[in-house]
Write a protein that binds this ligand. Sequence first.
Ligand code: UFG
Length: 340
Amino acid sequence: MRVLVTGGAGYIGSHTVLSLLSAGHDVVVADSYANSKPSVVGRLEDLSGRAVPAHAIDLTDAAATDRLFATEQLDAVIHFAALKAVGESVVKPLEYYRNNLDSTFSLAAAMQNHGVTRFVFSSSATVYGEKAPVPYREEYEHLSATSPYGQSKVMIERVLADVAQVTDGWKVALLRYFNPVGAHESGQLGEDPQGVPNNLMPYLAQVAVGRRDHLTVFGDDYPTADGTCERDYIHVMDLAEGHVAALEHLDVMSEPVRPFNLGTGSGTSVLELLRSFERAVGRELPYVVGPRRAGDLPAFWADATRARKELGWAATRTLDEMCADTWRWQSQNPQGFPDA
Ligand code: UFG
């Protein structure tokens, strides 16, 4: 298939581009480079040995999005492009709702206009909200999220479901990611957050490489085994392969729209992840315990049964591999991707 990957220069998007190419698909990247660098595309070409056509485009521009569909012959869309910082979304809700919703509206309209029917959407475990029982299961219906970022994912899932019900041939997979970490095993591709990292793994990687003094563990008085929060960390290459599996499943999918959890099915605490990262680096890393971060849930992980049964996909890479690959990427690229 010839697949449009929006946000294809971003963290999960870029790894998915590589997995798509290895599986024999053709890829067209669309990225605004608002939170990624154009140099990522060159890395993708080097690693794959293939040309990767890339369009610098803001998908909230519906006319430009439609023109893209007019110039490229597309069979499917995988939609990653979005604003994604949970804390920032609380401060700038309008920007988050507008960007994340408008870009999806533009894509859906262009797909309808040009007869493209296959859509894979980058959703998040955050749609389960505070009240869902753990492990999270796709059958849970009372979706809600505490942040505008998370709520934009809930809203987009609903929009896509409504459109799929009435548009002939539409097939939409909603992929609910747990906590993506790790990097491509080459060390040439990884997560490159702009500014201070919000998330645990990139923060820890920057501590290890000397860009930050120490990690602050946000609370050690949670009702968990060691008192720190537990999450379902999943290697980004497993996640990337999950997208390929979902894409290839669409034509036989039982319903027009279907959610799938992409996680490992088990939880890891902040301190367990720290210890694993220390093994990867080969030394102890400085940390202090601070207060809880507002909005953090104590512990959640995926029930990963549906993806295994229906997509024939399961995560295989271990926590130690996630940390070793992150460290290879960060130590070889201490400042992330080059600007040009
Ligand atoms: N943490 C620290 N110190 C840090 C950063 C994080 O102790 O410097 C802790 C957090 O308190 C949490 C755990 O590490 O317990 C994981 O935090 P992350 O920020 O890495 O991940 P979250 O689970 O908070 O966020 C993820 C995704 C979001 C998504 C959210 C849904 O990154 O996109 O899950 O809950 F919205």
